[in-house]
Ligand binder design. Structure first.
Ligand SMILES: Nc1ncnc2c1ncn2[C@@H]1O[C@H](COP(=O)(O)OP(=O)(O)OP(=O)(O)O)[C@@H](O)[C@H]1O
Ligand SMILES: [Mg+2]
Length: 240
């Protein structure tokens, strides 16, 4: 559960990246965040994961008050979420398997369980056969999928993904989004920043448009892709 009340973010150089944002995201929602480059989308996500601190306002995420959270509690906040960074943030010296396993080792999971789950998520993102590659031996889209697999591996209650399909071809993007919808239908909250309006139209749901640091629209479009169907119902009234 996410609650923002009159939240603003001013970076030290004076850039006002977010202006007076108030919104709630309930558990189990699937939310697309869209808007032009420089609009404040990544800043919004960075406030949710406490990578940046708001300058004004109130933020609560998964029971943590982001304005008061103690530094030693931040790892616990982060355990409630799987994060896909816009710039991937893979560990260069580790291969694909270890980059993903790392997230489970960090919370002390046994190796047997790690092996089973890592191979599941590698399969989910279509990276079979790449387990032993280092990030610099992968394409941009493959690195992005490693980053997504790492976000999913601990089955977090919330997935926060910044352009998770930005480097991936349309067919793979669709598959990845379909996986996220499936995960959402099992109860995980999913928040996805994307530039891909076609995906937003196809999958529908709640769309928050950020523009110039402000929420320009916060709407629901009826288009809803059901993984169990093979049909996509398109809504011509779509806002994007
Ligand atoms: N660390 C920073 N210091 C100063 N200004 C920043 C910093 N990070 C972002 N900004 C500025 O804040 C504004 C919002 O940036 P943000 O990265 O949130 O945009 P975005 O919507 O994610 O864009 P994109 O679609 O290109 O990823 C921009 O004007 C950007 O230049
Ligand atoms: Mg961004």
């Amino acid at each position: 559960m996410i609650h923002l009340e009159n939240v603003s973010k001013v970076y030290p150089n004076g850039t006002e990246a977010l202006k007076n944002i108030s919104l709630d995201i309930n558990n189990g929602e699937f939310v697309f965040i869209v808007g032009p480059s420089g609009a404040g989308k990544s800043t919004f996500l960075k406030l949710l994961i406490h990578e940046e601190k708001a300058t004004f306002g109130k933020i609560k995420v998964n029971g943590y008050d982001m304005m008061k959270i103690r530094p030693r509690r931040i790892p616990y906040l982060r355990r409630t979420m799987g994060i896909v960074f816009q710039d991937f943030r893979l560990i260069d010296k580790m291969n694909v398997y270890d980059n993903i396993a790392f997230a489970m080792r960090a919370i002390g999971q046994p190796e047997k369980k790690i092996r089973k789950r890592v191979s599941q998520v590698i399969d989910m993102v279509g990276l079979n056969g790449k387990e032993k590659c280092r990030p610099n031996e992968l394409s941009g889209g493959e690195q992005q999928r490693v980053s997504l697999a790492r976000a999913l591996v601990n089955k977090p209650e919330m997935i926060i993904a910044d352009e998770p399909t930005g480097n991936i071809d349309p067919k793979m993007s669709f598959e990845i989004m379909r996986k996220l919808v499936e995960i959402n239908e099992k109860g995980t909250t999913v928040i996805v920043v994307t530039h891909e309006h076609d995906l937003v139209k196809e999958f529908g749901g709640r769309i928050i448009i950020i523009n110039g640091g402000e929420v320009e629209r916060d709407d629901r479009i009826n288009t809803k892709y059901h993984p169990s169907d093979d049909t996509i119902f398109s809504n011509e009234e779509a806002v994007v």
